[in-house]
Design a protein around this ligand. Structure first.
Ligand SMILES: Nc1ncnc2c1ncn2[C@@H]1O[C@H](COP(=O)(O)OP(=O)(O)OP(=O)(O)O)[C@@H](O)[C@H]1O
Ligand SMILES: [Mg+2]
Length: 287
């Protein structure tokens, strides 16, 4: 696992730095990587987006978009179709480059200067709407693959094989409500279970920031409710940004809600307040 500097653990990165290197250049390089991968959350901010502009052939998909996500936050983002919600995630993950603006991960990582894989490697996990699990593999193997991906990507010095790895996989499976399905072939899971498995694959990589784009679309009411419970359990362990249209689901998990409209923040605050906002009713909820 990579180092995350928090106010109460100021020595974490330094401790890695001072570890005597066993004379191996490869390990030296690995240690260097762990240190440089530190995400500085000491000011309580996981993500900082400022005045981001994205145009597609003259059409403004994002128009001076600014928002800040706290390191322990569970943030809901709502807004009409075409408001720019997915485009915002594309910018954060490096898929789309904005024309202007600033995007920082923690205090020091300028995401606009980084590649997509590098951003993922730093600890930003993204779930797209359509589940993308390895259908022919078991649930357990899917999570194991995600764990291995993390290991090679971050060249972790703390990685332990065997028992600890198995325990971690089982922990993740329990978290995402799939403890009884370790041996199940992923392709035979329900749509909702596949969504959970994909969330599990992201959790296996222990992201600092988790981006979920319409995670409950196509889920049954029961699955939706259990997903809300899951996200509430994850609150505080990762910074989480959830985009959804399902307002019942949003109501179950809402803390601060951001309403996007035409590429900008139209309103932000408690759900009750944004729901009562005339502009929000007009462009979104009142439809
Ligand atoms: N690659 C692209 N090329 C051209 N236009 C794009 C591209 N990606 C997004 N857009 C446009 O940008 C606007 C914002 O799209 P975006 O997908 O971010 O909206 P959204 O808020 O996620 O909507 P929805 O709720 O329907 O998912 C839309 O008008 C969309 O058509
Ligand atoms: Mg979208």
């Amino acid at each position: 696992m990579y180092q995350v500097v928090m106010q109460d653990e100021p020595v974490a990165a330094a401790a890695v730095d001072e570890t005597p290197l066993a004379g191996a250049g490869g390990r030296d390089a690995a240690f260097g990587r762990v240190v440089s991968d530190t995400v500085d959350l000491s000011h309580g901010v996981a993500l900082y987006v400022e005045d981001v502009m994205v145009s597609f052939d003259g059409f403004r998909a994002l128009n001076r978009l600014s928002l800040t996500i706290g390191r322990d936050e569970l943030r809901c983002v709502i807004g009409p179709n075409g408001a720019g919600k997915t485009t915002m995630m594309d910018v954060i993950t490096g898929k789309t480059r904005p024309d202007e603006g600033r995007v920082f991960f923690g205090q020091s990582h300028d995401l606009l200067r980084m590649s997509e894989p590098r951003i993922a490697d730093l600890g930003i996990g993204r779930k797209f709407q359509k589940p993308t699990v390895f259908e022919a593999m078991s649930v357990f193997d899917n999570i194991e693959l995600a764990l291995k991906a993390e290991k090679s990507a971050r060249a972790s010095v703390r990685w332990r094989l065997g028992h600890a790895q198995r325990e971690r996989i089982e922990e993740v499976l329990a978290q995402v409500r799939l403890a009884g399905h370790a041996a199940t072939i992923a392709g035979t899971l329900s749509h909702g279970q596949k969504q959970w498995l994909e969330i599990g694959m992201l959790l296996a990589q222990d992201p600092v920031l988790l981006l979920l784009d319409e995670p409950v679309a196509g889920m049954t009411d029961e699955e939706t409710m259990r997903t809300a419970e899951l996200l509430l359990e994850l609150e505080g362990k990762h910074a989480i940004v959830v985009v959804e249209h399902d307002m019942e689901f949003i109501a179950q998990i809402a803390r601060t809600v951001t309403v996007l409209h035409e590429g900008s923040v139209l309103a932000e605050g408690r759900l009750d307040d944004v729901r009562a906002d005339d502009r929000v009713i007009e462009v979104y909820l009142g439809r």
